[in-house]
Design a protein around this ligand. Sequence first.
Ligand code: GAR
Length: 193
Amino acid sequence: MMNIAVFASGNGSNFQAIYDATQRGDLQANITIVVCDKPGASVIERAEKVGIPTLVCSPKEFASKAAYEQEIVKELATKKVEFIILAGYMRIIGEVLLKQYPNRIVNIHPSLLPAFPGKDAVGQALKAGVKVTGVTVHYVDAGMDTGPIIDQVIVPIGEADTREQVEHHIHFVEHRFYPEVLQRVLTKQTLKA
Ligand code: GAR
């Protein structure tokens, strides 16, 4: 079974969904560490509650992005991490991590990329007036929400939908979709290895 790290910056509902899937056996992977760049984020409490070690470190405490990522890489090595899952990690991945984990970092984004990358994808979709948006899972490269797309799913936006309703629908979809796509990705990676 592959050892994975989950990186998150906020609530961590996707971390929870991924963890729950590992517990059910739907996602065959071991989460050996949760990395969080925002002290106080709810994902830390979620991880602690289920006994998963956390690395909480703010990039501000380091001289450079490279130094910050080197610290993470060091910690990931002690946890024998083979694959990185970004789940609401609101930071661009730098050279150090990309070099250490080539084609082994995936991200989820709440839009049909390449539409609406970056922050507040739902807000961007509502502002644009699109009638469908969705969720994308993709490999991570040096860009912001770029990198080869692995899979996407559509989420319709109803005429009377509020922002909260769209966000709720997106999360509902993400929590099922991400573990399912990850299981496919990790199985493929295992076969390749
Ligand atoms: C998710 O909707 C995820 O797709 C998004 O952040 C949210 C995190 O929610 N990620 C991005 O916007 C990445 N650019 P969570 O903390 O409850 O899992």
